[in-house]
Design a protein around this ligand. Structure first.
Ligand code: PEP
Ligand code: MN
Length: 376
């Protein structure tokens, strides 16, 4: 059960103390406080975990400081959508809005290799009006002998260049909790020129200790990728680890499923799950066409498979696209074969825009039909 408190509740006040006293004395119930600091107000919610079946909603709504009560039956208590849900489906970070209602593109390098390539990428992004990117510094690789990413050594120049080219958010995978501190330190040392969205890769979807650590920090939002070999439900439960530890600024990423049934694509594209995740949870949904498709093959209509798939995700309502680009794919140290070229960025963005407009028209159409009276 979730108790939603009145905005800006006074935590020192007698009413708040009376409320907590009452809750803490309920038998077999654990009390957890969640706070969300917006620009205008602080929203507090109290999660009651345990034997809540006997609690009466009306009685709970009559408690001091309580505005509303939501009874949760589903597993994803914090991130899930529940009956009578009116909690937010969006958040803002470093001036960028992330919600189930909009779309952000994160085009960039799968892995940072040289400062020159980072700068070329960022310049192209700025020329195309983009303020987000992806830059992998810590790369989880199948082989221990493959390039593992430059790690913390590349962070200062990546952040400096991001600031110079107006990049506000960089998606960057972390594979160990120590990486969070390294990123914080590098941001501080460079004067916080940009922001970072911590990425949990598909190989770490169920690394629960990493998830708890990433969930305990509130500085950075998280892009959480689904596991490539587990069910959607298992991945959503894993995402809930982040939120149950306190960080609910989570974007859920679809990136394809591992099976040879997807041949010749690298993974089986799972973007039909975009509306499913939006229905079950309040998370914005990201699609990653690059790691789903894994190659630059082109259909007879002249459109790359990668762009076809991106459009399919966007027309289904995706809210974020993570996509690999590289100024010189032949020289890329990771995933060159799936990278789009810089001269393809404008094409890609225009194609995405067509799909987004089609999605908006489809949503308006659905609303129009659902609000018109039934005729039969
Ligand atoms: C990536 O985005 O760089 C990546 C490794 O993706 P995934 O975890 O989905 O394989
Ligand atoms: Mn990659």
């Amino acid at each position: 059960m979730i108790l939603i408190l009145s905005p800006n509740v006074d935590e020192q006040g007698p009413d708040y103390h009376r409320l907590l006293d009452f809750l803490n004395n309920l038998p077999n119930i654990q009390v957890r406080l969640h706070q969300e600091r917006g620009t205008q107000q602080v929203l507090s919610e109290i999660y009651l975990i345990g034997d809540t079946a006997g609690l009466d909603i009306n009685n709970m709504e009559g408690l001091p400081c309580v505005e509303r009560v939501v009874r949760v039956s589903e597993e994803y208590r914090v991130l899930g959508r529940h009956k009578d849900e009116r909690r937010p489906t969006s958040f803002d970070y470093n001036g960028v809005h992330f919600g189930q209602d909009n779309l952000n593109v994160f085009a960039g390098l799968c892995a940072v290799d040289t400062p020159e390539h980072v700068e070329q990428m960022m310049r192209a992004l700025q020329q195309n009006g983009q303020v987000c990117t992806r830059m992998g510094a810590y790369k989880p690789r199948t082989s221990p002998y493959a390039f593992q990413g430059h790690g913390k050594d590349c962070l200062p120049y990546v952040f400096d260049l991001a600031g110079r080219y107006g990049i506000k958010v960089i998606a960057m995978e972390v594979t160990h909790e120590s990486h969070i501190a390294e990123i914080s330190r590098a941001l501080e040392q460079t004067g916080n020129p940009t922001g970072v969205m911590l990425q949990i890769g598909t190989r770490n979807t169920q690394n629960f200790e990493l998830l708890k650590n990433v969930g305990r920090q509130q500085d950075f939002p998280v892009l959480f990728k689904r596991g490539f070999g587990i069910t959607l439900e298992e991945s959503l439960n894993a995402a809930e680890y982040l939120a149950s530890e306190g960080n609910r600024r989570v974007v859920f990423g679809l990136r394809g499923m591992k099976t040879n049934m997807s041949d010749p694509h690298r993974n089986l594209v799972d973007f039909a799950h975009v509306p499913v995740v939006k229905r079950l949870t309040r998370m914005p949904v990201c699609i990653d066409p690059s790691h789903s498709v894994g190659l630059r093959d082109q259909a007879p209509d002249g459109i790359l498979d990668l762009m076809h798939v991106a459009a399919q995700g966007v027309i289904a309502g995706a809210n974020m696209i993570l996509v690999d680009f590289h100024p010189a794919p032949a020289k890329a140290l990771v995933d060159g074969p799936q990278a789009l070229r810089l001269h393809e960025l404008a094409h890609f963005l225009e194609d995405v825009q067509i799909a987004r407009e089609a999605y908006e028209k489809r949503a308006a159409l659905a609303n129009r039909y659902s609000s018109s009276p039934h005729t039969q």
